[in-house]
Design a protein around this ligand. Structure first.
Ligand code: C2E
Ligand code: CA
Ligand code: CA
Ligand code: CA
Length: 275
């Protein structure tokens, strides 16, 4: 190479190439993952705080990569969203989760996470209807979790989509509430059944006074509007106690169970449901 003063640029080049290549490889792998049956769903229980009983399970997708092993959603969902692959992955999750949950006892609910990208076309309602019909899983036991980024695009399509899901009995939960661009306005504008209090607030319980105030506030607003509240990321009995005394209805987190394969759900439900 010529010593023309651009050597520092050249110095970074191979590393950048490697990063771009790694990303492209991952994208290629992701594109083939569905056809190769590499996705699995793990299910994490949530409980009713008053009765301590399991009410339902949240479907959390994992990618069983042939070389890299189990990849967590944080490491491929963003890429799936950027490339649009989330549409087909999301469809797969809906179908697969409903099919697996159809085998559970009839008072157990299923929650499925939806990406805002899945709301950009009108297919979501059809996909959901198909997933329910094919699996026989009843709509009133299905809950979809959406983040505020979905309702941020406050438009007619999203309103219609959510209303159609509601008319099929499907409940709608606001995920990660309190992060991002939370606006209390959205809680009035959309037909939500549940607000999930983000783990970042729950994590600081029972000691952080600010977080106690925030959690109490979210619970009070949501309950006042007729919605259920679920606390995410509950790891200790102290956190649970604090949530209970502040009127939070449901809890989810490692205290009750980590996300587990479908076979373990069946086992857990076959045994004593009190955790
Ligand atoms: P999320 O919807 O907020 O899901 C909760 C995440 O917190 C899960 O991580 C779960 O394993 C973790 N978690 C649950 N309880 C605890 C706890 O007590 N302590 C701690 N430290 N963590 C806890 P996971 O499975 O890695 O999922 C990460 C995110 O990926 C999810 O966050 C969700 O936004 C997204 N995701 C997962 N599955 C899907 C999917 O099928 N579709 C879409 N669009 N997104 C998904
Ligand atoms: Ca969620
Ligand atoms: Ca969440
Ligand atoms: Ca969260």
């Amino acid at each position: 190479a010529k010593n023309d003063g651009r050597r520092t640029f050249r110095f970074y080049e191979p590393a950048m190439d490697a990063a771009i290549k790694a990303r492209r490889d991952l994208e290629d792998d992701l594109r083939r993952a569905a056809a190769r049956d590499e996705f699995v769903i793990h299910y994490q229980p949530w409980t009713d705080i008053a009765t301590n009983r399991i009410e339902g399970f949240e479907a959390l997708v994992r990618w069983n990569h042939p070389e890299r092993g189990l990849i967590r959603p944080a490491d491929f969902i963003p890429l799936a969203e950027e490339t649009g692959l989330i549409a087909s992955i999301g469809e797969w999750v809906l179908h697969h989760a409903c099919a697996e949950a159809a085998l559970w006892p009839n008072d157990v609910s299923l929650a499925v996470n939806l990406s805002s990208v899945q709301f950009r076309n009108s297919k979501l309602v059809d996909t959901t209807r198909e997933a329910l019909e094919r699996s026989g899983f009843p709509g009133h036991r299905l809950e979809v979790e959406i983040t505020e980024t979905v309702v941020l695009e406050d438009n007619k399509l999203i309103h219609e989509t959510l209303s159609e899901l509601r008319s099929m009995g499907v409940r709608i939960a606001v995920d990660d509430f309190g992060t991002g661009y939370s606006s209390l306005k959205y809680l009035r504008c959309f037909p939500f059944s549940k607000v999930k209090v983000d783990r970042s607030f729950v994590k600081e319980l029972p000691h952080d006074l600010d977080c106690i105030t925030i959690v109490r506030g979210i619970v009070e607003v949501a309950n006042g509007l007729g919605m259920i509240t679920t606390a995410e990321g509950v790891e200790t009995a102290e956190q649970l106690y604090m949530l209970r005394s502040n009127g939070c209805g449901q809890a989810q987190g490692f205290l009750f169970g980590r996300p587990m394969p479908a076979a373990e759900v069946a086992e857990l439900l076959a045994g004593d449901r009190i955790v």
